[in-house]
Design a protein around this ligand. Sequence first.
Ligand code: AMP
Ligand code: MG
Length: 415
Amino acid sequence: MARSEAAPALTLIPADDARRILADTPPVGNERVTIGDALGRVLAAPFRAPADLPGERRAVMDGYAVRGADVRGASALSPVVLTVTGTVPMGDVFPRGVGAAEAVAIATGGFIPEGADAVVMVEHTAALEGGARVEISRAVSKGANVVERGEDLARGAAVLPSGRRLRPQDLAMLATFGVTTVDVHRRPRVAVLSTGNELCDPGQTPRPGQVRDANQTALGAQVTAAGCDVTYGGIIPDDAYTLRRAIARLLDQQDAVILSGGSSIGTKDVSADALADLAPPGVLFHGIDIRPGKPTLFARAGSKPVVGMPGFPTSSLIVFDAFIRPMLWRLGGEAARDPWPARRAARIAREHRSVVGREDYLRVRVVEREGALWADPLPGGSATLSNVVYADGLVRVDAAVPGLAAGDPVDVLLY
Ligand code: AMP
Ligand code: MG
C-alpha cells in the first residue's frame, strides 16, 4: 500500500480471517538431527513402523512359560504339577522348546520359547523338589501374560505423522526401532525488535518521557518458548526509513521479523510505511477485530513473515499467544493443532459486554468459591501490565457473542 493511499482508520478483519491468513505461512526447510537432540523438534516426514513390535513374543510377567492347555484345570484346590526344564536367560533365547507337561522359568521381557503360549505369574506357583518341578495353582489361557509379535505395532503402521513436535515417548519409539537420526524442520530464526522514540533499554534509567522497552524481552521469551531461535534487533526510532533498513537487514538472515509498536495509524506509527515495499505478497492485513490488540499488522516478504505487534505490552503478549504463536508453529513445520491445549472450565464471575464481530480476550484469575471454579476478570485495559501477570489464563469471548452474563460457563485458556 503506497503512503498516499493509507486509509484514515484501520480496516479491521475478523479474527477468523486473520487466523486463516496466518495459517497459510509456509514452513522452513529441514535438517537431520540425532534423536538425542530431537526433543521438541518438528518431524519433517511421517514415520512408519519399519518392523513388527515386538519382533518376538515376550513375557510381560515373571513366572513360568507353559502350554495353556496343560494348566487349563489348575486351581488352588487341585494344582497341576509341571516339570521345569530350565530358565529363559535374559538377553538370550531358550535353546529348546516347551513340551507337554513342561514349564520354563521366565522373567518379564524374556522371549517365549517355542511351544509355550502363556505365562503363569510366579505368585500362582510353588517350586517343588528344589526347582525341578513347579506346582501351578491358577489356570491361564493361551496368550495370557504374553505380548504377541506385532501386537504393539504391526510393520508399516503409521506411528508419527509429519509435522509432529516430538515428545519423549516419540523418541522412545524411534530408539526402539533403532532409528537414531531424524529429519526435522530447522528451528525458525526469528528477529524481534522494538520501535518507539520513547523507549530505552531495560538496564537504563528512563529520562522524563521515556519508558523501558518491555516488549523485546517478552517477545524474545515467547519466540523461544514457541521453539524458535531468537535474535534481538534492538530499539529503532519512529522513522520509516530507519525501520525499513533494519527490517531488510534482518530479513537477510532471519526466517521472520517481529516488530513491536507503531503498528497503528498515528503520525508516529511508521510500521505500515516501513512494510509498504516488502517483496510480494507484502502486507496481508492491518488491523484485527479483537480486544486487546486491534492494531496488529501482518505481511510476508516472499515466504518470510513480518509481524507488527501492538505497542502496549499486554496487547503484544496476548496477540502473540492467540495469533502469532500458532503462526510460528506453522513456520516451524508443525501441523495444525489446538493453540490452547490447556483449558479449565469455570464460570465467569462478572458480566462482560462485547460487541458482535469483535473477539475479546479477558485476563482472569481462577478461584475456587463455594465448591465452584470461578474466572475473575482482572481490572485494567491494554495499558495495564499487572493484569496479565496476575492472570492464570484468558477467556476468549468469540466474535459472534455479544457478551457474557455473570455465571456463564467459560473455558479458561490457561497460561
Ligand atoms: P504504539 O503502539 O507504538 O502506539 O504504543 C502504544 C503504547 O505502548 C505506548 O504507550 C508506548 O509507549 C507503549 N510501548 C510501545 N512499545 C513498547 C515497548 N517495547 N515496551 C513498553 N511499552 C511500549
Ligand atoms: Mg509507538
